[in-house]
Ligand binder design. Structure first.
Ligand code: SF4
Length: 431
């Protein structure tokens, strides 16, 4: 029996697609092993969101060959999709496959094993009109599964290469999504995370009027699923009508990751984001008024080209006002092939570092203050794993909780009391 190992870089969509490729190899009688072990085939599912992701992808591709000089090394995914010329030159790589080729990965690998002829296949995703289905997927996770509902993005933010790697918006048919979720519910998984490249665009390519909220309403009816979590969403998705319908869906978690990127209108404009800080503020107010327990998280880019001291100060002040639970802070890194990469006034690395530190500090303060608010309150946690005698899980609004118990409580939902709060988690116990 041949062995295969996977390395996944980047986002949750890649994670889902690795699960799908894993299933295909299992169905064809391969044994899946850890990527730190010797394997006959290594699949590196690459990411290209920053130049750093490219570098990391290349490093991984070289490193796996060191584990087995005879192994078949496959580079697939977003980096392979946009930079096949760079990967072709790396002698350790035997196959370069784009995003669409992932569904036929076993055939490509077997063809190579027979012929020993290296191949580069990256079908043009920009003209792809339909969502590519993978077929049945086995989820290795026990409590939470990531479900992909769409691919592609039509937004073209000036710093982002993803539309070129993933193509235009293609939505997955609701019946396929719902049957996949019914299947995992039968397996005992209680939480689903809805993911895609731009999930706010879900349904925009359908002939019928059917969007994300319609899909969520159908998901909410599935027996066995207790929690539905949305992946990163574009703020403009949140309208009064959307929130009014969302309010009725008891399983949807009140945790929203709204990608803000900057709290300064001039910077947002250069980023080609399509909202203003004023609109964003209204959206936050809408969510906070409707859902008392809502938790908002975000992504922020610091050091975007032309971000002056004054612009950064605007961002900082805005973030202090909004008070996100957590912020993922990224130092802008130019991505070849994007508009922002050739913009004037690129920001010095030290400046980016300094701004990033300032925002991370703010984020940590917010997280701690939020967590402290929970002391004495009852919370509902879905427990996921045990580490050194402490069980870890998340509340519905995604606060990490620690519980010391000797019982096996994996995949159990329990109501407990918060007795302590740390910066990154709360401690819970029985009442
Ligand atoms: S919305 Fe912008 S940042 Fe997000 S994938 Fe699309 S282009 Fe990239």
């Amino acid at each position: 029996m041949k062995t295969v190992a996977f390395i996944t870089l980047g986002c949750k969509v890649n994670q889902y697609e690795t699960n799908a490729m894993t299933q295909q190899f299992i169905e064809n009688d391969y044994e899946v092993v850890d990527h730190t072990q010797k394997a006959d085939i290594y699949i590196v599912n690459t990411c290209t969101v920053t130049n750093m992701s490219d570098r990391k992808s290349r490093q991984m591709l070289r490193r796996v060959k060191e584990l087995n000089k005879e192994a078949v090394v496959v580079a697939c995914g977003c980096y392979a999709q946009v930079a096949k010329e760079e990967l072709e030159k790396i002698k350790e790589i035997n196959l370069v496959l784009g995003n669409n080729e992932k569904k036929d990965i076993v055939q490509y690998v077997e063809k190579y094993i027979k012929s020993k002829i290296p191949e580069v296949q990256t079908e043009d995703v920009m003209h792809q009109k339909d969502f590519v289905e993978f077929g049945d997927i086995t989820f290795t996770e026990k409590t939470r599964a990531v479900i992909k509902i769409q691919d592609g993005c039509d937004r073209f933010c000036s710093y982002c290469i993803i539309p070129y790697a993933r193509g235009r918006v293609r939505s997955r048919k609701p019946e396929h999504i719902l049957s996949e979720i019914r299947k995992i519910a039968k397996e005992g998984i209680q939480e689903v995370v809805i993911t895609g490249i731009h999930i706010a665009s879900y349904g925009k390519d359908f002939k019928k009027q059917y969007g994300l909220i319609d899909l969520l309403e159908e998901m909410n009816e599935i027996e066995g699923i207790e929690r539905i979590r949305l992946g990163s969403i574009e703020p403009l998705l949140i309208t009064e009508a959307f929130v009014n319908r969302l309010e009725k869906l008891t399983k949807v978690c009140h945790q929203f990751h709204l990608s803000l990127q900057s709290g300064c209108d001039e910077t947002l404009k250069r980023m080609n984001r399509r909202y203003t800080t004023e609109q964003f503020k209204d959206i936050v107010a809408l969510l906070r008024n409707k859902f008392e327990d809502v938790i908002l998280t975000t992504d922020i880019i610091v050091g975007f080209p032309g971000e002056s001291e004054e612009e950064f100060e605007k961002t900082y002040t805005f973030l202090k006002e909004i008070k996100f639970y957590k912020m993922h802070v990224f130092k802008y890194s130019p991505r070849k092939g994007t508009k922002a990469a050739v913009m004037p006034n690129q920001i010095d690395g030290n400046k980016k570092e300094e701004r990033s530190r300032k925002l991370i500090e703010l984020s940590n303060q917010n997280e701690k203050a939020y967590n402290q608010n929970y002391i004495g309150k009852e919370v509902e946690i879905l427990f996921e794993e045990e580490k050194n005698g402490i069980w870890q899980g998340h509340t519905k609004n995604y606060i990490l909780a620690h519980y010391k118990t000797e019982k096996n409580i994996e995949n159990r939902i329990m109501k407990l009391q918060c007795i302590e709060a740390e910066e990154e988690y709360i401690v819970v116990n029985e009442k």
